[in-house]
Design a protein around this ligand. Sequence first.
Ligand code: SF4
Ligand code: SF4
Length: 57
Amino acid sequence: MAYKISDDCIACGSCAAECPVNAISEGDGKYVIDADECIDCGTCAGVCPVGAPLQDE
Ligand code: SF4
Ligand code: SF4
């Protein structure tokens, strides 16, 4: 399982700075999570101001 960033993302970059495994990078208009790198820690969801990172099934 991994986290996934929804379209609510405002591209602030906070999550990318906090991810312990650097799984988050800037994408096209929003940030994206590399599911192969994500360790499902939930840090990104905790720091995001708009609640964009969601747990994916
Ligand atoms: Fe990074 Fe943790 Fe978010 Fe996965 S859940 S993208 S490891 S901060
Ligand atoms: Fe997007 Fe939230 Fe990450 Fe900011 S913290 S880049 S709004 S997902």
